[in-house]
Design a protein around this ligand. Structure first.
Ligand code: CP
Ligand code: NVA
Length: 307
């Protein structure tokens, strides 16, 4: 099993470690409520969320409860991290009382700072840069559906955002082909693209960026999308809606992909913008399976961090 102390970014995890987490998530899913290891018995976790959440908060609280732990929610306004007291001081205090910090922030640096300031495990529950828990649940869902396939090709249609970054990393680590189809100017940072290209070379995967979604999906096994304006980018919503015209995942785009193509979305979805209800609610959609797998994948991470 992985021996990393934190889950900040999946680039910190090897292909073997990621595969081991997926296998553990699958086993935990099978044995849910019957065989849950009590890895956090008698221990507490604090959840700090600077941004809204449905899936992440509920799945973490539930996962922590099912492995015997106690979750404490700390609304961002309550702590005022970086204003009432420094991020470092918050982390150093928390580690004297609790055993795990799960944190969702705007700046990725905040999570990095928390992890550097304390000796208890820290899990990134989404930052502006990454969403590793989503990518693990995605990988588990791909494994469930295409586990036997020789080659998996994931096409992310939309913004080169936090979810895209973490999906790209997991694909690069697992030897899957990954293509981002985005409008010009919405690519992930060059350093991240380079790191993923290097990882993909080692795993026999590939990383590509294109501005043509139609040709990208021609041989896709999986099409993924996410909102065009992420949390914190609300002021850019109108401009982005214009820039992303032509990047909607709809029946016309699906018709250009192989008939067996599967689709997912991290949710929440803006129906009628990045994805239509026809596609999101269709039999090829795995979005809710992936949402369910958040619970199992995060439980696998917690069990690993406490074993
Ligand atoms: N996908 C996801 O992280 O959902 P929430 O923002 O609701 O947690
Ligand atoms: N990219 C989205 C993901 C939400 C789960 C956001 O950051 O708002």
């Amino acid at each position: 099993m992985p021996n990393n102390k934190n889950l900040i970014c999946l680039l910190d995890y090897s292909p073997e470690e990621i595969r081991s987490l997926i296998a553990s998530a699958n086993a935990l899913k099978q044995g849910r409520l019957r065989d849950d290891p009590q890895a956090m018995a008698g221990r507490s976790a604090v959840l700090i969320f600077e941004k809204p959440s449905l899936r992440t908060r509920i799945t973490f609280e539930t996962a922590i409860h099912e492995v015997g732990g106690h979750a404490i929610n700390l609304a961002a306004g309550m702590v005022q991290m970086g204003r009432r007291e420094s991020v470092e001081d918050v982390a150093q205090n928390l580690q004297r009382w609790v055993h795990l910090i799960v944190v969702r922030t705007y700046s990725h640096d905040t999570v990095v700072k928390i992890a550097a300031s304390c000796s208890i495990p820290v899990i990134n529950a989404l930052t502006d840069a990454f969403h590793p828990c989503q990518a693990l649940a995605f990988a588990q869902t791909v494994d469930e559906n295409l586990g036997g396939e020789k080659k998996v090709k994931v096409v992310f249609v939309g913004d080169g955002n936090n979810v895209c970054a973490s999906l790209m990393i997991v694909c690069a680590r697992l030897g899957w082909d990954f293509v981002l189809a985005c409008p010009a100017g919405y690519e992930p940072p060059p350093a991240l693209l380079q790191a993923c290209a290097d990882a993909a070379r080692d795993s026999s995967g590939s990383i590509d960026v294109t501005h043509d979604p139609v040709s990208a999906v021609a041989d896709a096994s999986w099409i993924y999308t996410d909102v065009w304006a992420s949390m914190g980018q609300e002021a850019q919503q109108e401009r982005r809606a214009k820039d992303f015209a032509g990047f909607q995942v709809n029946d016309a785009l699906i018709a250009r992909a192989p008939t067996e193509v599967l689709v997912s979305h991290c949710l929440p979805a803006h129906r009628g913008e990045e994805i239509t209800s026809e596609v999101l609610d269709s039999s090829r959609s795995r979005a809710l399976d992936e949402a369910e797998n958040r619970l199992h994948a995060q439980k696998a991470v917690i069990v690993h961090l406490f074993s």
